[in-house]
Design a protein around this ligand. Structure first.
Ligand SMILES: [Ca+2]
Ligand SMILES: [Ca+2]
Ligand SMILES: [Ca+2]
Ligand SMILES: [Ca+2]
Length: 626
């Protein structure tokens, strides 16, 4: 305090401080020249936001390997515990200094991470030098607020592409694949959770929902207590990390960007337009500052989403290289998040006119995340969409993907020109940017994670890429990535082996003609429709089954043949390429075995002939009439 006061009282001393600072050994730990200049030449009461990057960094892949068998639900908390054991001892001295300075009014916006070993603080040059002198601090990163959201002016034509461009409605209708059960953290300006299209699609933290009614932003549950012990009081639906609010548990959109991106993920069309890719999924609103954001706010948001077990993180934001983002720490945060089982979907950036290795922003440049470029409604790449490749050769400790050739980015693309989505807090508007493309991919990822929880993050990324529609130069390229995503193709290839019979027509007249409608998902597999008949002895199984070949025709007829042997026989192939179809079962008069009359036939599906019905969920029963 004495030194600060003295400098304030005598401005002439500033130059002396500058000279002194430059000769201090910790000065070399200030990573950016701009930070060095601020510390050396700026006024002593200048508040500067910095991140302290500590020496020992937790690697969640390594930590995870030490756990042995652990459930997906337990993994995030176990990782936090292990990581805290690494981070807390190294952070202790710094946090002691910072809390003392906070009491003096010289420190603010304090954040201690465990996703990586980082502490963020807004403080004075003098304190920054004191912190940099700590042996545990590897370096100090300058982290001023930046406008990281990725909007573009678009075409202004007002034409919009709808979800049909990526074939999401196909999956909704044919397979009821809407992302049910998936949670997507949208790290953005907040989400208007009262919008009619979103209010029923907002994640509710079960650990804080005391009355268990699942009501979004339920005043009844605000008791001022951190009931689930996650470190956040009354975080009913998410959190605001922007330090600009007195109610950080209220992640209401304080702009419009986050409501728009949230709508593209889960908007359910209540207000009139079906703008969401995964209308059965839930959004976890994670708010950062209005358009202007510190890097560490986003890292805190990732840490929260990971701890609260989100399936996907959608980030329509990025730092261009001119802002000198801490690429290594971004990559470590992304890698640790994904190691915990959360898939990260991130915008490429809106610097499409910049070619070469400066175009894709950070963290869209992180190798293992799913990076998204923007297309228009005619599958042209948007002129603003950032292009790859990226390189990491000069970023320790990674030093990989040297250029040329660098690493191909983006990974996939999706519509992002004049995209219609939700606007706070009712109705819709069109916006453009890789910001708008990204939540389409996050929604597709949510659908995939919903139907295939067995797939790893890397496998989900590979699935999205493998089923994209190739545009531009043949194969993987640095504009479209693998191509424009296609939810129908993704489902046709990756839907689980499963068949559901959901409708059975009534038997008519004296004959027994009836229709079975159902789904037998996934192309390239033979499906067997098994029949069993039971009368006085329910469950008596008849032998046999028949192969229903996969082709482009939806309808197939099955003819009941005989008691001993295949009881169904198809005379016309069925199931479309995706394996969605309906079957008309004809029981030809005279071919009905007398023993079946008056009995019940149940239908189910199986993966092999003669096996039990191993993947149907709703076998149906029909009485065989004479
Ligand atoms: Ca409640
Ligand atoms: Ca809590
Ligand atoms: Ca509470
Ligand atoms: Ca291509």
């Amino acid at each position: 305090m004495f030194l600060t006061t003295a400098i304030l009282a005598a401005p002439g001393l500033l130059c002396m401080q500058a000279a002194d600072a430059r000769t201090l050994p910790q000065f070399a730990k200030l990573r950016e020249t701009e930070l060095q200049n601020l510390v050396a030449d700026g006024p002593s009461d200048k508040m500067i936001h910095v991140d302290l990057i500590f020496k020992t960094q937790p690697n969640f892949e390594v930590l995870k390997a030490g756990f042995g068998k652990i459930s997906d639900e337990e993994l995030p908390k176990a990782l936090r515990q292990k990581s805290l054991e690494i981070c807390q001892p190294e952070q202790a001295a710094a946090l002691k200094i910072i809390s003392a300075q906070y009491a003096e009014g010289n420190a603010d916006q304090i954040a201690a991470l465990w996703l990586t070993n980082v502490v963020g603080v807004t403080t004075t040059p003098e304190v920054i030098l004191e912190l940099a002198a700590l042996p545990e601090v590897n370096y100090v990163h300058y982290d001023p607020p930046r406008e990281g959201v990725l909007l573009d002016s678009g075409t202004g034509r007002g034409s919009t592409c709808d979800q049909n461009t990526i074939n999401s409605p196909w999956g909704w209708k044919r397979m009821n694949a809407k992302g049910q059960g998936s949670v997507i953290a949208v790290i953005d300006t907040g989400t208007c959770y009262t919008h009619p299209d979103l209010v029923n699609n907002i994640w509710v933290n079960p650990g804080e929902d005391l009355d268990g009614d699942g009501v979004t932003w339920d005043a009844d549950d605000m008791n001022g207590i951190d009931d689930d012990g996650n470190g956040y009081v009354d975080d009913l639906i998410g959190w605001a990390f922007d330090h600009t609010t007195g109610t950080p548990n209220n992640p209401m959109d304080h702009g419009y960007h986050g409501t728009h991106t949230s709508g593209t993920v889960v908007g359910d069309g209540t207000d009139g337009s079906e703008v969401g890719t995964a209308p059965g999924a839930k959004v976890m609103p994670v708010r950062t500052s209005t358009l202007i954001t510190h890097e560490i706010e986003v890292w805190q948001g990732m840490e929260y989403a990971m701890l609260m077990d989100a399936d996907v993180i959608s980030m329509s934001l990025g730092w261009w290289y001119g802002w000198l983002p801490d690429r290594a720490t971004w990559r470590a945060n992304c890698d640790n998040t994904q190691a915990s089982g959360v898939m990260m979907v991130i915008a490429a950036g809106n610097e499409g006119s910049w070619y070469g290795i400066q175009s894709v922003r950070t963290p869209g440049d992180v190798p293992d995340v799913t990076t998204v470029g923007a297309t228009d409604c005619s599958d042209n790449i948007a002129s603003f969409s950032s292009v790859g490749p990226v390189q990491w050769a000069d970023v320790p400790p990674y030093n990989d993907h040297p250029h040329p050739p660098g690493l191909n980015k983006p990974d996939v693309s999706a519509p992002g020109v004049d995209t219609l989505s939700t606007y706070p807090c009712s109705g819709y508007t069109t916006l453009s940017g890789t910001s708008m493309a990204t939540p389409h991919v996050a929604g597709a990822a949510a659908i995939l994670r919903s139907i295939r929880p067995d797939l790893s993050v890397a496998e989900c990324k590979a699935a999205l890429m493998a089923t994209s529609v190739d545009f531009g130069p043949p194969g993987l390229d640095n504009q479209f990535g693998a191509g424009r995503i296609d939810v129908a193709e993704m489902l046709k290839t990756y839907a689980p082996l499963r068949a559901d019979i959901y409708k059975l027509g009534a038997a008519t007249g004296g004959t027994v003609n009836f229709t079975i409608e159902g789904t037998a998902a996934r192309a390239g597999h033979n499906y067997w429709l098994l029949g069993s008949a039971s009368g006085n002895e329910p469950g008596t199984t008849l032998p046999g089954g028949i192969v229903m070949p996969i082709n482009q025709d939806w309808l197939f007829n099955l003819i009941m043949a005989q008691t001993n042997g295949p009881i169904f026989q198809n005379n016309r192939g069925s199931l479309d390429g995706a394996g969605f179809g309906s079957a008309t079962v004809q029981v030809t008069p005279g071919m009905i075995p007398g023993s079946l009359v008056g009995q019940f036939v149940s239908f189910a599906c199986a993966t092999s002939p003669g096996s039990v019905a191993d993947y149907t969920t709703n076998p149906v029963n029909l009485e065989i009439l004479p």
